[in-house]
Design a binder for this molecule. Structure first.
Ligand SMILES: Cc1cc2nc3c(=O)[nH]c(=O)nc-3n(C[C@H](O)[C@H](O)[C@H](O)COP(=O)(O)OP(=O)(O)OC[C@H]3O[C@@H](n4cnc5c(N)ncnc54)[C@H](O)[C@@H]3O)c2cc1C
Length: 283
């Protein structure tokens, strides 16, 4: 398929890109192009102008912030994240990143593009939800920080406003008393998750877990925090019992790959597996 005609400009800086977006309602940014180009080829997206931010080095890379948190530039690719020693400390990233897409997708696809696209079955959103990440977005006039828990608003819909560019994603610093894991069952042809679960769990204090955060993708209209699971764990339930709450309050998706009943079942299975794997990493 051939996209509709469009103009192309390569941004020279973040400010240049933001100014171009502010001046043109029909402009959209392209980063790695792994999601927007297929959409354009199917003519499901028809931007009048593509503003290419892919080479802006100011939005690439991983750095530790003075307060101990970790900032991942929006243009950091999956491949760069896999190779990064700071991110190597996060068990759930070690589990998930090598299985996202194929080599080309991992070399080109970016973390910012993945969450801006807001695919309801994308892996990164579940991980960032479990980590309680923050998204930093900038427009031509302002910068704001969006908690990841309020970022995903629907299928392919996020809290990002027209004219905003994600500049970085902030993660809590890695902690020795916290274990994390990612477990997913994937649609074999596309690799997208039918149910993908990211779990973060804190060391036990007495008979209770210190903390519990569970992000789920592929199951609902958009990735979500499985708060009923988290509450059950905090209340002292076993992992197996807590996992049965994986889809509480969620309208579970049903499609040709997995009907509602099956997806509901595998969501609970993946929650259990992710929590068990996260707990096992606590040692
Ligand atoms: C064959 C294939 C297999 C895949 N398999 C998986 C998989 O297994 N798991 C998975 O999770 N994903 C998978 N993906 C999706 C992939 O993760 C995303 O396509 C990729 O991460 C998107 O990043 P990008 O930089 O290519 O975004 P682009 O395609 O460049 O952009 C995507 C959207 O985000 C916007 N955007 C990009 N960057 C920014 C920014 N910094 N600020 C604001 N808006 C921005 C663009 O305007 C566009 O609307 C697959 C994709 C392909 C093609």
């Amino acid at each position: 398929m051939i996209p509709a005609a469009f103009d192309y400009v390569r941004a020279t800086s973040l400010d240049d890109a933001l100014a171009r977006l502010a001046a043109d309602d029909g402009a959209k940014v392209i980063a790695g192009g792994q999601s927007i180009l297929p959409l354009m080829k199917l003519r499901l997206a028809r931007p009048e102008t593509l503003v290419d931010i892919g080479r802006l080095t100011e939005l690439q890379g991983v750095r530790r912030l003075p307060d101990g948190r970790v900032a991942v530039g929006a243009l950091t690719t999956y491949a760069a994240m896999i190779a990064d020693p700071i991110l190597g400390h996060y068990g759930l990233l070690r589990d998930a990143l090598p299985n996202i897409g194929d080599t080309q997708v991992r070399n080109r696809g970016t973390i910012g593009g993945a969450i801006a696209h807001a695919d309801p079955a994308s892996d990164m959103p579940a991980i960032l939800l479990a980590l309680d990440a923050e998204v930093v977005a900038r427009s031509a006039t302002a910068e704001r920080t969006i908690p990841i828990t309020s970022f995903f608003e629907g299928a392919f819909d996020s809290a990002l406003r027209p004219g905003e560019i994600i500049t970085e994603i902030r993660l809590p610093g890695g902690r020795d008393d916290v274990g994390s894991a990612y477990s997913a069952i994937e649609q074999p042809a596309s690799g997208y998750s039918i149910a993908g679960v990211a779990a973060v769990i804190g060391a036990r204090s007495g008979d209770r877990w210190g903390l519990c955060a569970v992000g789920v993708t592929g199951v609902g209209e958009h990735p979500y925090r499985a708060t009923a699971v988290e509450q059950a764990i905090r209340g002292g339930a076993s992992v197996a019992d807590a996992a049965t709450h994986a889809t509480d309050g969620i309208t579970v998706a049903s499609d040709i790959h997995a009907d509602r009943e099956y997806r509901t079942h595998v969501a609970a299975v993946q929650v259990r597996r992710a929590l068990e794997a996260a707990a096992a990493r606590l040692g």
